[in-house]
Design a binder for this molecule. Structure first.
Ligand SMILES: Nc1ncnc2c1ncn2[C@@H]1O[C@H](COP(=O)(O)OP(=O)(O)OP(=O)(O)O)[C@@H](O)[C@H]1O
Length: 296
C-alpha cells in the first residue's frame, strides 16, 4: 500500500467571530500513525473536516497526496474517513454498508470484506440501533475502509471504546500503517493513543503548539520533583504561592526543574506534612498539558 502524504498548509478557518483554526501547518506521513491531539474545542475536528472538504478554509490548504479533497478523483478510494459516526438505527450493519458502497464504487462483496476487516461478520445482520459505541466505531471504520483507501482520517476513534476495544483499534491502525498506509487520528487524551502513534501534533486554541515524533516529544519532559501530602489545603496553598509548582492531584504537587531538597525545604517551611518526595520527570501527559497551556 502506498499511502498519500497528508499536508495542512497555513490553514485558517473562521466561523464568524470564532477562529477555530489559525495558520496551522503539519503533515502526516505514509507508513506512520500521526496523532492529532488537543483539548476539547482546540480545532481538531475543524481541521479534519477541512481536509475532507466538509468546510472550506478561510485561508490556506488541506491536501491529500498534494490535492484538495474535492480535486481527488474517487476520493473514497484514496482516503477513508470516520468523523462522528451517524447511522440509521433501523438498518443492519450490512445494509448500512450496502447503501454507502456505490459512492465508493464498490459492490456487496466488498461490504462483507469490510465487515470482516473490523471483526463484525457475526453482527452483520443486526440493527445498528442496538449497537454499543464500540460496535458503532467499528462500523464507522468499516465504512471508511469500503473504498480500499491508503489513508485513514479518524476523529476520536477511541471514544467510547472499552480497553479491549482500544487494544483492537490500536492493532488495526498500527497494522494499516505497517502496510504503508497513512493514518491521521485525533484524540483529546494523549494517554489513549500513546501506544498507537508514531508522530504527534498538538493543537490548542486553534494553533499548532508542537509537531514531532513521539520520542522527540518524550525528550521534552523536564526533570521534576513530586511531593505527596494528605494535607490538600496546605498543598493547594503552596501551589498557589509557588509559580512553578502545579497540583497533579489534590494530594500531589509537581515542581518542574526542581530537586527534592528544594521542594522538601519549601514544604517544611509551609508546614506541609510530607508522605512522599521523589525526583521524577514529567510524564508524557504532563508534557502534553504544558504544551496546550503555554501561551501561543
Ligand atoms: N460550524 C461552526 N460554527 C461556529 N463555531 C464552530 C463551528 N464548528 C466549530 N466551531 C468552533 O470552533 C472551535 C473549534 O472546534 P472543533 O470542533 O474544531 O474543536 P475540537 O478540537 O474538534 O474539539 P472537540 O474535541 O470538542 O470536538 C470551537 O470553539 C467551536 O465551538
Amino acid at each position: 500500500m502506498d499511502g498519500p502524504r497528508i499536508e495542512i498548509v497555513g490553514l485558517t478557518k473562521r466561523f464568524g467571530a470564532v477562529t477555530a483554526v489559525e495558520d496551522a501547518s503539519f503533515a502526516a506521513e505514509p507508513g506512520r500513525v500521526t496523532g492529532f491531539l488537543g483539548p476539547n474545542g482546540a480545532g481538531k475536528s475543524t481541521t479534519l473536516r477541512a481536509l475532507l472538504g466538509l468546510v472550506s478554509p478561510t485561508a490556506g490548504d488541506a491536501l491529500i497526496g498534494g490535492r484538495r479533497y474535492r480535486d481527488v478523483a474517487r476520493p473514497a478510494t484514496v482516503v477513508g474517513a470516520q468523523l462522528e459516526p451517524a447511522f440509521h438505527p433501523g438498518r443492519t450493519a450490512r445494509d448500512h454498508l450496502r447503501t454507502v458502497a456505490p459512492l465508493a464504487g464498490k459492490d456487496d462483496a466488498r461490504c462483507d470484506e469490510a465487515l470482516a476487516a473490523v471483526g463484525m461478520t457475526e453482527a452483520a445482520d443486526r440493527r445498528v440501533g442496538g449497537f454499543s459505541m464500540g460496535m458503532r466505531q467499528r462500523l464507522g471504520l468499516a465504512t471508511a475502509l469500503l473504498g480500499e483507501p491508503a489513508a485513514l482520517v479518524l476523529d476520536e476513534p477511541a471514544n467510547g471504546l472499552d480497553p479491549a476495544g482500544i487494544t483492537w483499534m490500536r492493532g488495526f491502525v498500527r497494522d494499516f500503517a505497517a502496510r504503508g498506509g497513512t493514518v491521521l487520528l485525533s484524540s483529546h487524551l494523549l494517554g489513549e493513543v500513546e501506544q498507537t502513534v508514531d508522530d504527534v501534533v498538538v493543537i490548542a486554541r486553534g494553533r499548532i503548539r508542537h509537531a514531532s515524533s513521539l520520542s522527540d516529544l518524550r525528550a521534552l519532559a523536564h526533570p521534576a520533583a513530586t511531593l505527596r501530602s494528605p494535607d490538600a489545603a496546605r498543598l493547594a496553598a503552596l501551589a498557589r504561592d509557588w509559580a512553578d509548582a502545579r497540583l497533579a492531584s489534590p494530594t500531589e504537587l509537581v515542581v518542574p526543574r526542581a530537586g527534592a531538597a528544594e521542594v522538601g525545604a519549601r514544604a517544611f517551611a509551609a508546614g506541609v506534612e510530607v508522605h512522599g518526595l521523589a525526583e521524577t520527570g514529567e510524564t508524557l501527559e504532563q508534557v502534553f498539558l504544558r504544551l496546550t497551556e503555554e501561551a501561543a
